[in-house]
Design a protein. Structure first.
Lengths: 603, 296
């Protein structure tokens, strides 16, 4: 039904009778003839309406002009079908790669999405988002159906965890403030969470439609992988693999471990329904280990293998010695430390080749990007001493250590707590701080160890050993990633050049370092990544290790009614410009006709 | 009228045109033309039926007995040439733009000028609602203002009939040339008069004035026609058939006018009022033999 934004404008149509009246047959249409008998006239035709109501062109133009002006003033609005926008989100997380009797879930998701798209009205616009760890718009909003279908066909399951919330955020960012119907094809376990995500990003609950792709898929997988140094043998590690049984029956799986130098171990573990069990391996120093399970009958293989880069190996310590023999002895006591002194002609170390820097009595350079243990031993200290009155018992360095009887030289100066965590506090103030800058840890002691009583206690070598482990601990953590997490490498000072990243599938990616750092975001595959160049060679492991993704045995919800097949919403759209645009040529034509008639009359 | 009248300079240039008589030029006699009316020479030309106004002395008894109808003898006489201009001022002459009457006024003035320029006598008769107004034939300078004064005061009105001209006006003057300027509407009011004039020993020229609208009417569709003279109205549809019928009717009027001369004949000229007057004089009337270029 046509509506009018300004119905009063239709009053202008009242001018139509006036136009017709002005052009009525008047005296002007009476023709004076010199002799009537010369003329023979025909009787008016009765049936020929066209002749009877012969339309005068000027009257017609004026009438059209009045109609156009009236409609322009009335601002007519027609109900037009509004093309809807659809966002098709295909869950491409690792669990969507699970296979059941009907095939891969992601394939079913794509097929159902294609069926949905085929039902959509031609004018509707569709956007396709591949929702993995990092969602990607694989087809922008358009009504190009063929391109949409091609984009859908290209969607495959990834190797990471799902993040549908990020997909909603991406859709909202692409749509702006526009509304859209969101069709999610996923095996998400909690539909309510999906609705909350949609609402959080401005999508009405009714506009978010989930088609849950599921099925019965028995699975056993590795859900956690971690390592720790063996206290009695610091160069060796304990590797813990947590194996989960996500099926409804008891299973026995062989857990295999392979090290970088191809040493292998196997353990068999029996798991009850839904049970998780840890499997521990003792591993000699190695760059990485690969843990896999033989899970026959699994419908999901992405969690059957996992990798772990071990933090072990020699710790290359560059020591700027201030002459503290006790500190040097404690450093050398650590079995993994390869100590080199800074500035000595023989065995001199370079910061660029070190994993860690110990600066005894020297201030660290501002651009140091290595973990550093800094000991302040400069200056003449007073002969008097100050007792430690407090220490951070919850910090990993000081757990279970008793520092109550430790005396340190007085007047050594105090540190600021603003940069890190306070470790030690004497009667004069803060004397030890631990912190992290740009992802690099550091420790700062404000007193020389050899002038304190700590050297005479068993605490000292433990403290130094823990300090070295703690300083390098973060380094090990950042080398074990989840799919999609960026891979970051900080280059040593003075190192530059191209860095290559060797992906698990053999692809080699070349990266130009920026600000002495390399970041690689293409960690989409599970496996080992090797980073080489610019004086560094490092391993990175990318593993799924996500119990949520491994638990692929999910019920499939009944297929919801497809909302896109509903009649498209209609809205009244005002159309003024065409009428105004029509009025201009009508007016011009009418003026031209009048002038032509005037000229003819003059003649 | 004055707008249509050629400027005097143009008229002077046109003065080389001379009204054409049927008789050959002669240098003897009183005048400079030899008319076809009886005159003092008593040169017998022939017989014709008697008409009211004829001199009973001219009755030919033998012919009257033989034909059982009064006949008069007609003589050729050499006498002073005289031009009689007859203007129809009926309401139908007001039709057109310019009106046919305005055209007739300008044409009459022009012809009078040409005649006076050649020392001819010029008389004027107007036919209209007010009856017949005459200007006695005269020549010389004094006649031109009188002609212009009478012609300028003409307005189209009422009806006219050529029959209303008393033959005395024509007969007493015995003009050498009678030029009737009219649309001859309705023709039945003019035919009889033309026939009577044609019997006179003079040359009769019937100049039918028509407006371009009459020659090519553009009426179309539903119209209401109003007769200019009678005020009678007629409503109906006009299409191509009706316009064709009008053209045929117009031709019939012209044919009736031309046939009015009978055996003696008369010169019939149809002029459209959109023809410039100088062109009308220089071409149309010359082609019709009403005017001729004077041989220098």
């Amino acid at each position: 039904v046509i509506s009018f934004g300004n119905p009063w404008g239709l009053l202008a149509l009242a001018a139509l009778p006036l136009v017709v009246y002005l052009r009525r047959p008047t005296v002007g249409d009476r023709h004076l003839v010199p002799l009537l008998s010369l003329w023979r006239v025909a009787p008016p035709p009765v049936r020929s309406g066209r002749r009877r109501w012969r339309i005068d062109l000027v009257t017609l133009l004026r009438s059209l002009l009045v109609i156009a002006a009236a409609l322009g003033l009335a601002r007519p609005a027609w109900p037009v079908a509004v093309p809807r926008r659809h966002v098709v989100i295909i869950d491409a997380s690792a669990s969507m790669g699970a296979r059941d009797a009907h095939g891969a879930r992601v394939q079913r998701a794509v097929e159902r999405a294609r069926a949905h798209v085929a039902q959509m009205p031609a004018a509707d616009e569709v956007m396709v988002i591949r929702a993995a760890t990092s969602p990607v718009i694989v087809h922008p909003l358009s009504d190009h159906r063929d391109a949409v279908l091609v984009a859908l066909d290209r969607v495959t399951a990834g190797s990471g965890a799902k993040d549908l919330d990020a997909a909603f955020a991406l859709a909202r960012a692409a749509l702006g403030s526009a509304t859209a119907l969101v069709h999610v094809f996923s095996d998400v376990r909690a539909p309510d969470e999906l609705a909350r995500s949609g609402r959080r990003h401005g999508f009405a609950v009714d506009d978010v439609q989930l088609e849950k792709i599921g099925g019965s898929v028995p699975n056993a997988g590795i859900v956690r992988l971690a390592s720790a140094h063996i206290a009695a043998s610091p160069l060796d590690h304990e590797v813990l693999a947590l194996i989960g049984n996500f099926s409804s029956r008891e299973r026995t799986v062989d857990v295999r471990l392979r090290t970088a130098d191809d040493r292998r171990q196997v353990q068999r573990v029996s798991l009850g329904a839904g049970e998780r069990k840890p499997v521990v391996f003792a591993v000699a120093a190695a760059a990485w280990v690969e843990v896999s399970i033989d899970a026959d009958g699994d419908g999901f293989s992405a969690d059957d293998r996992a990798w772990l880069v071990l933090p072990g190996g020699p710790i290359r310590v560059c020591h700027g010695s201030g002459g503290d023999p006790f500190l040097e002895a404690a450093l050398r006591a650590h079995p993994r430390v390869r100590l080199a002194n800074l500035g000595h002609e023989h065995g001199a170390c370079s910061v660029a080749d070190a994993d860690l820097v110990v600066l005894d009595g020297a201030a660290p350079p501002d651009d140091l990007r290595l973990p550093a243990l800094v000991v302040n031993s400069a200056g003449d200290h007073e002969p008097r001493v100050a007792p430690l009155v407090d220490w951070n018992r919850s910090h990993p360095l000081l757990r279970q250590l008793d520092l109550g009887d430790i005396l340190i030289p007085a007047g050594t100066g105090v540190l600021s707590a603003s940069a890190g965590d306070v470790l030690l506090r004497s009667t004069e103030g803060i004397v030890a701080v631990a912190g992290e800058t740009h992802g690099t840890r550091w420790l700062h002691f404000a007193f020389p160890f050899h002038r304190s009583s700590v050297i005479g206690t068993p605490v000292f070598p433990i403290l130094i050993a823990r300090a070295l482990e703690w300083l390098l601990e973060e380094d090990a953590r950042v080398r074990n990633l989840r799919p999609g997490q960026p891979l970051r490498v900080a280059l040593a000072q003075g190192r530059s050049g191209i860095v290559t990243v060797h992906r698990p599938d053999g692809e080699v990616v070349t990266i130009e370092p920026r600000d002495r750092a390399v970041e690689f975001t293409g960690t989409t595959l599970n496996g080992l990544y090797r980073v080489e160049g610019a004086g560094t060679q490092q391993w990175f492991a990318v593993s799924l290790l996500d119990p949520e993704e491994s638990d692929v045995d999910r019920a499939e919800s009944p297929r919801p009614a497809f909302r896109a097949s509903e009649p498209a919403p209609r809205e009244h759209r005002e159309t003024v410009r065409p009428f105004l645009a029509a009025a201009v040529p009508l007016l011009s034509l009418e003026i031209w006709m009048l002038q032509r008639r005037l000229r003819r009359d003059r003649r | 009228m004055t707008g249509l009248l050629p400027p005097e300079a143009a008229l002077r240039r046109l003065a080389r045109l001379r009204l054409q008589w049927h008789v050959s030029l002669s240098m003897d006699g009183i005048g400079t033309r030899r008319g076809s009316r009886r005159g003092a020479s008593r040169e017998f030309l022939g017989l014709r039926p008697y008409e009211p106004g004829d001199d009973p002395r001219d009755l030919d008894r033998r012919a009257t007995v033989r034909f059982e109808r009064p006949h008069v003898r007609v003589y050729r006489s050499e006498r002073e040439a005289s031009v009689l201009l007859v203007i129809d001022t009926s309401a139908s002459m007001g039709h057109g733009a310019p009106s046919k009457l305005a055209y007739a006024q300008a044409l009459a003035c022009s012809l009078a000028y040409l005649a006076l320029a050649h020392h001819d006598r010029v008389g004027l008769v107007t036919l209209g609602n007010g009856g017949v107004r005459t200007l006695s034939a005269g020549r010389g300078r004094g006649q031109w203002p009188a002609v212009v004064r009478l012609v300028s005061g003409l307005v189209p009105d009422g009806r006219a009939a050529l029959d209303a001209i008393p033959l005395g006006v024509v007969g007493s003057r015995i003009p050498g040339l009678v030029l009737v300027m009219s649309d001859f509407y309705p023709p039945e009011r003019f035919v009889t008069g033309l026939k009577r004039l044609a019997l006179c020993p003079t040359r009769v020229v019937a100049i039918q004035l028509v407006s371009p609208d009459e020659l090519g009417p553009s009426l179309d569709g539903e119209v209401e026609l109003v007769d200019l003279e009678s005020g009678e109205t007629r409503t109906g549809w006009i299409g191509s058939a009706e316009r064709a019928h009008h053209r045929q009717a117009l031709e019939r009027v012209a044919g009736a006018v031309a046939a009015a001369g009978g055996r003696r004949g008369l010169t019939s000229v149809r002029l459209s009022t959109d023809v410039p007057l100088t062109r009308c004089l220089d071409e149309h009337l010359v082609r019709a033999g009403v005017l001729r270029h004077e041989v220098s």
